[in-house]
Design a protein around this ligand. Structure first.
Ligand code: G3H
Ligand code: ZN
Length: 280
């Protein structure tokens, strides 16, 4: 069924677990997330990023309706989240499309402007029962950005600034920079667990780990144990998808029907989803 992100995250916090959120690009991604969640017997969040909406020609309703329909038809508890929203227009378009949460990403703005824009987004969301996530600090490697060295001082989230930011904006969850970076295709990121514990002790809302595709299993586990709740995974699904397509086409160069290679691609993504859910 389609449930709300707020209830999945609150339940995870209450039970000391994590809840994984997976990025949807194609219909097969959504189907694979549902299948992986059913296999693992765990809930999951389907998230659609602003970049994915742009990829689909800006047709938010089409992508959201497809993902919401997959969630409603599943036996797993799944919610729909709009991810990395920079555009205020896209934020407003989320209302009524099945989204129970939005990550409003003003992390590129200077601190004061980030606070103001995010507080506005929170006010808008809470009037409509929409849960709002924001980011403080810089998780590097976003689309169109030069890769950022995750270990550069200053890109990490400062715990006391994070607490002040949450108080000033009223956000429901906070994405923090603790050593992960977006779009990693190898799982080699080392997380700052001392910082995670400090943030957990200082910040009164659930913490979100972005760029989890590059984080090894043991580090994901440890991050959940030390207090990260929402674990965002995107690239790992694409690695599985593309690897399966490549293998199939190498072995079957005469193939034409996309279903022939999308079946193994979807199966591979479902396995990746189930693997991450097993760490929660
Ligand atoms: O918001 C989405 C996530 O941070 C995904 O990052 O593609 O590096 O796993 P990833
Ligand atoms: Zn992210």
């Amino acid at each position: 069924p389609l449930v709300s992100t707020g209830e999945l995250v609150s339940a995870a916090v209450a039970e000391g677990r994590g809840v994984a959120a997976f990025n949807v690009i194609t219909l097969e991604h959504a189907e694979a997330i549902a299948a992986g969640a059913e296999q693992a017997g765990a809930p999951a969040i389907l998230q659609i990023s602003e970049n994915a909406v742009t990829f689909h020609g800006g047709r938010l309703s089409a992508v959201a309706a497809a993902a919401a329909a997959v969630a409603r038809a599943s036996s797993a508890r799944l919610s729909l989240h709009l991810d990395h929203v920079v555009s205020a227009d896209l934020l407003r378009a989320a209302d009524g499309e099945g989204f129970s949460s939005v990550m409003f990403d003003a992390s590129k703005l200077p601190y004061d402007e980030n606070v103001k824009a995010t507080a506005d987004a929170v006010r808008w969301g809470h009037e409509r029962g929409i849960w709002i996530e924001a980011e403080l600090g810089k998780v590097g490697g976003k689309e169109g950005e030069a890769p950022l060295d995750a270990h550069t001082p200053g890109v990490r989230t400062d715990p006391s600034e994070a607490a002040a930011y949450v108080a000033a904006t009223g956000v429901d969850a906070l994405a923090v920079a603790v050593g992960s970076s977006h779009a990693m295709t190898e799982r080699t990121a080392a997380l700052d667990h001392t910082l995670i514990s400090a943030l957990r002790a200082t910040v009164p809302v659930p913490l979100v780990l972005h760029g989890s595709s590059g984080v090894p299993d043991a580090e994901v586990r440890k991050a959940v144990t030390s207090g990260m709740t929402k674990i965002n995974v995107g690239t790992a699904l694409n690695t599985a998808f593309t690897g399966a397509v490549r293998t199939f086409l190498d072995a079957n160069p005469q193939a034409v029907d996309p279903r022939k290679y999308l079946v193994p691609a979807r199966t591979a993504m479902a396995g990746t989803v189930a693997g991450f859910l097993g760490l929660m």
